[in-house]
Design a protein around this ligand. Structure first.
Ligand SMILES: [Zn+2]
Length: 167
């Protein structure tokens, strides 16, 4: 997506957690605990994938996209279809997207990645660059290196995202 930025990839954490599961140090009941909300979000707003569930290996995973941000008002915390995101990205200046993979069979769920979307990410249009600079802490967007994992997730990869609960 054009305005996608500050991508944080959780695949390493996912792999590390799965290693714990397969070695028996973490029980499947601990990781296959998708809430009814998450399962229904997967059913109604989820994006089917070709990826098999790593735990039960019976179902393909579904990706659910949750959106957060002050501008979204009552929509914050909702699951949205992937196809809706580009429209929202042109409507709002900035919002956070959390992608969560869910197995609708066994309930495995894990944060896949998070990123920012929104008009502020459009570079090339002069005023958009100014908007980015104005809205960001000094220097935070100056570098071109890879996005650092935020400390906001508290070091726990398996955030429990509940629609409507806010951040
Ligand atoms: Zn499964």
């Amino acid at each position: 997506m054009r305005t996608q930025r500050q991508v944080v990839d959780y695949s390493l954490r996912r792999r590390a957690l799965l290693r714990e599961v397969f070695s028996g140090r973490v029980g499947t009941y601990e990781v296959c605990d998708a809430s009814p909300y998450l399962k229904s979000a997967a059913k109604f707003h989820g994006e089917p994938t070709e990826v098999r569930c790593p735990v039960c290996r019976r179902e393909n995973l579904t990706n659910v996209h949750y959106i957060y941000g002050d501008e979204l008002k009552q929509s914050a915390g909702q699951a949205r279809r992937l196809a809706e995101l580009p429209v929202l990205a042109m409507t709002f200046r900035e919002f956070q997207v959390y992608v969560v993979e869910v197995c609708r069979g066994c309930g495995w769920n894990h944060l896949v990645e998070q990123y920012l979307l929104g008009r502020d990410g459009i570079v090339g249009a002069g005023q958009a660059v100014d908007a980015v600079a104005a809205g960001a802490p000094a220097g935070s967007l100056a570098g071109t290196g890879p996005a650092r994992p935020t400390t906001r997730s508290g070091g726990r990869p398996r955030t429990r995202l509940r629609p409507g609960a806010g951040e």
